[in-house]
Write a protein that binds this ligand. Structure first.
Ligand SMILES: [Zn+2]
Length: 670
């Protein structure tokens, strides 16, 4: 009898340690470190918004908006919001990845302070305050409408929202923006005091603009998704206008990161920390915002938390953040801008190369890497001329600023993250999005100076990312034979990670190449001994390959990792049965039944083990239990008939035999 895997029960046990700053003390220290002379007192208090609508358009480059200078992308709705309100020409996110960047936006904290460093991090810890919680406590209706699996409630971002609409069709990783927007409009139409967050994922690769945008932007589909997203922003604004709430609502449009689109050799986002992926649009319209305002200097997405809290009048006792309120600047006052820190840990965590840290201070940007970089963004917005040798004093000063930030991180508490605690099904969905790399990063992101510079590895990164993604998409689409070649190619390029061996093993298992599957599962378990699913797969492969003793060893390990998983116990029990260890088999199958007595097949299994060890009366009782729980199963009735016959209870045996025959058992020989 085959018992299927139960992936939802099993968790990864990888322990990648991350630095984490969670205390208010650290947050204050960070703010103090970057403190400058305070700006002038705020202008007379403007009217206070009764509602706030935040639209984050994932993967949206600032320079694709008309107001930001794009000449050939139609973004009339966002441009109008900017003209009627304010916009920040130089706004930066802090990490070019969806989940950590959104968490920074909604906490006002840098990634090291909230602990979410990548898209596969565990849930945000409950003691990190979120923007929505503040609004909810103040009596606002709160609703979030998200479009990507990366931001589903497992992210921890749902805290504080009355409604968190994150439902995706099974097996999918996203949903179209018009669906999200319709849902949001239906929710906010009858609300007069709300905080709404609408997340659109359409500009995230693959770029598939719908309808007329597919034709109009046929040669540049990314731009097509931007124009389409602008139409969706227009629908939201129109809904507010029709409800009569637009002018009482603070409308914020921004993004979590840009898209490299080939700059510096990067296609998408997440790897480098150039402005192509860190720069985002930031547009705010509504009460308290002076129409036609340009917020000069650097604005940061961590500034939104204190900005919205202040503008909504919720500032008293608000949690400390590393952000600075932009309220004065939005009202037309002077913007006292602060340095913006950025990071990418992906090269380190997924490939074992160096991580990247950046600081932007005014027009200058410094990137800490094995080969450091310095750019003058006013003269060189594309970051093409490295001035680190030409401007040594400036480079030193900015390097010291990054070093001070890193030191603050290192004195903070640590937390486990990355794949720890992420269900395998979620990891696979993220992998199919291209977020799982080759794996095999070290245990902690220390800088030892000896790691490869991501600049020198960008070709490897692209090739490996592509191969892993291809393999995983094929595997998830039920084409295991197409998964093998790309995964093997990644292995030939030197990838030797747990993920690679695990996915290759899965492909071989689906192709019934049992010995190949077992060999890959062995490599996967050697890389990550805490991965219960890999031990389960190894057990199954060995059962099929008729390696009974090996199967027992694998399932024993599985049960030690998942002692309360009845399926694991059943698998071990049946492996014991197959090598005639009937006492052990009986013991663990009874343990499984104590946890979950419902499945008839467990009782049938118990019956076969008891029968094989000559305990026929107990076997008959187990089969009786199986037939009671699943009366339509002919096999169970047939087994019961055999047990009754062995016990000499012929009449009862005949009854069960007839019952089995009526149910088509045993099947007639052909
Ligand atoms: Zn994103």
């Amino acid at each position: 009898m085959a018992v299927g895997p139960n992936p939802t029960k099993i968790r990864y046990d990888r322990r990648l340690m991350f630095l984490r700053a969670a205390t208010a003390v650290t947050t204050l220290a960070l703010c103090a470190a970057c403190n400058r002379t305070p700006g002038p007192p705020p202008a007379p208090p403007p009217s206070v918004p009764s509602s706030v609508l935040i639209v984050t358009i994932d993967t949206l480059r600032a320079d694709r908006l008309g107001i930001y200078g794009a000449a050939n992308v139609a973004t009339p709705n966002m441009d109008a919001l900017a003209r009627e309100g304010a916009w920040a020409p130089q706004a930066d996110a802090h990490v070019p990845l969806t989940r950590p960047s959104h968490v920074s936006l909604f906490t006002g904290r840098y990634p090291a302070e909230h602990g979410i460093r990548d898209n596969v991090a565990p849930t945000l810890q409950a003691d990190v305050p979120l923007l929505a919680e503040r609004f909810q406590r103040a009596g606002f209706a709160t609703g979030a409408f998200v479009a990507s699996v990366v931001l589903d409630r497992q992210s921890g971002l749902a805290r504080g929202f009355d409604r968190y609409a994150d439902r995706l069709a099974p097996g999918t990783d996203r949903r179209p923006g018009d669906e999200v927007v319709s849902e949001a409009i239906a929710w906010l139409q009858d609300k007069s005091r709300f905080l709404a967050w609408v997340h659109l994922y359409d500009p995230h690769a693959p770029y598939l603009p719908p309808g007329r945008y597919a034709g109009e932007y046929a040669d540049r589909p990314y731009d097509g998704t931007v124009a389409w997203s602008d139409e969706l922003v227009g629908r939201l604004v129109q809904a507010l206008r029709q409800a009569g709430t637009l002018d009482r609502t603070l409308v914020v449009v921004t993004s979590d990161h840009g898209e490299a689109l080939g700059e510096h050799g990067e296609d998408v986002h997440g790897y480098f920390v150039y402005e192509a992926t860190l720069r985002v649009p930031l547009i705010i319209r509504g009460p308290g915002v002076k129409a036609g305002t340009r917020v000069e200097g650097v604005a940061r997405t961590i500034d939104l938390f204190p900005t919205l809290i202040e503008m909504a009048g919720l500032g008293a006792g608000a949690p400390a953040t590393s952000g600075r309120s932009l309220a004065v600047a939005l009202a037309g006052g002077r913007h006292d801008d602060q340095p913006s820190f950025g990071e990418s840990l992906m090269p380190l965590l997924q490939y074992g190369w160096s991580d990247l840290r950046a600081v932007r201070d005014g027009r200058w940007k410094y990137i800490l890497a094995p080969k450091p970089e310095l750019y003058d963004l006013d003269r060189d917005p594309g970051e093409l001329r490295n001035l680190v040798d030409a401007e040594p004093a400036r480079a030193r000063a900015l390097r010291a600023s990054v070093a001070a930030q890193l030191k603050l991180e290192q004195t903070s508490a640590r937390t486990a993250t990355a794949a720890a605690g992420v269900p395998p099904e979620m990891l696979e969905r993220l992998g199919a999005l291209g977020y799982i790399g080759a794996g095999g990063g070290p245990a902690s992101p220390t800088r030892d100076g000896a790691r490869a510079d991501p600049k020198d590895k960008v070709a490897d990164y692209k090739a490996l990312r592509e191969l892993m993604q291809q393999g995983l998409v094929a595997l998830r689409s039920g084409r295991p034979s197409d998964a093998v070649a790309p995964l093997q190619a990644a292995a030939r390029r030197g990838v030797d990670s747990h993920e690679l061996h695990y996915y290759l093993a899965r492909a071989y298992l689906a192709l019934e190449r049992w010995r190949d599957a077992a060999a890959e599962y062995e490599r996967a378990t050697a890389k990550l001994p805490g991965d219960a699913e890999a031990w389960r797969g190894l057990g199954r492969s060995r059962v099929e390959a008729r390696d009974g003793a090996g199967a027992v060893r694998a399932y024993e390990k599985l049960v030690s990792l998942a002692p309360r998983d009845p399926i694991a116990l059943m698998q071990l029990g049946e492996a014991y049965r197959d090598v005639a260890r009937f006492q052990d088999a009986t013991r663990v199958i009874r343990e499984a039944l104590a946890i979950d007595p419902a499945p008839a097949q467990y009782w049938n299994s118990l019956g076969t083990v008891l029968g094989a060890s000559g305990r026929m009366a107990e076997a008959e009782q187990a089969f009786a239990e199986a037939t009671t729980r699943e009366p339509a199963n002919g096999l169970y009735a047939y087994n019961r008939a055999l047990a009754l016959q062995a016990l000499g209870r012929r009449d009862e045996a005949l009854v069960q035999q007839k019952r089995a025959a009526d149910l088509g058992y045993p099947p007639r020989a052909r």
